[in-house]
Design a protein around this ligand. Sequence first.
Ligand SMILES: [Zn+2]
Length: 305
Amino acid sequence: MIKKFDSLFEMMEAFPDEQTCVDHLRSIRWGEGNEHAHCPHCGSTRVMHFSDKKTHKCHDCRKKFSIKVGTIFEDSKIPLRKWFMAIWLITSHKKGIASTTLAKDIKVTQKTAWFMLHRLRHAARTQSFNRPLEGTVEVDETFMGGKDKNKHAKDRKGKRGPSGKAIVWGALERDGELRTFHLHTLKQVKDAVRSQVKAGELVISDEYSGYRGLSETHWHKTVNHSAGQYAHTGNFFHINSIEGAWSHIKRQVYGIHHWISDKHLARYLAEMTWRYNERESGEGDRMNKLIGRVEGRLTYKELIA
Ligand SMILES: [Zn+2]
């Protein structure tokens, strides 16, 4: 059964032991009656359920497995109760949580907490790239304190990124989804728009020259910051919403994590973007939604590669 809870206390009461966590994870992944059960090894839907309530066996490939196989929890020695607490903390804290704090809160080493948080960020990554963004879409680029060697700083007053900062680009549907990316060069911005936004839709950007020519595929409007257009609140053509999202994200980067390396930036962005997109959801719903995305492994080897 999929449990409902809306506070840390209720969540802890809902999951008094490992079995209740296993049951919850299975209900979310396979449905309450196991109607979506499938073998993680061969994909067969002919799955047998053992009476120990945690072992399953494939009727076709004959392999045994638990509900954790094929998810970020596979191979983790950390009990699901601690994982659930970590999920609660990363989804309910508006700014996320530092690995040092998580380590103390759930009694694991800092290294383990760091790895757990990266696996959860991996789960939070956008998985809907096949849906093009639609309607009115604000796009913008910004710089964050990585150690990128990139020297293509943007030539705009007040927003020139000091060389050495990481380039982050994002697209935000007005009243819809935010997507963010770590780009290697600013020259990628136009291609980024074309890969994310449906052709013909309204795209609003700043005056950065990299967007030039975008009007061949989109209805492209630019915002002239220096002319004071930005402050003109009645103007429909603005990028205030995505700039709001950037300040939201930067407060987390600098307030919680202080510094983020280039290597892991995309995963931190995934976490923050996901939380931004789910900001209207209830806390319990937000946690269950993230549990619903745990499919797909991230090994320690891949993480430190
Ligand atoms: Zn199988």
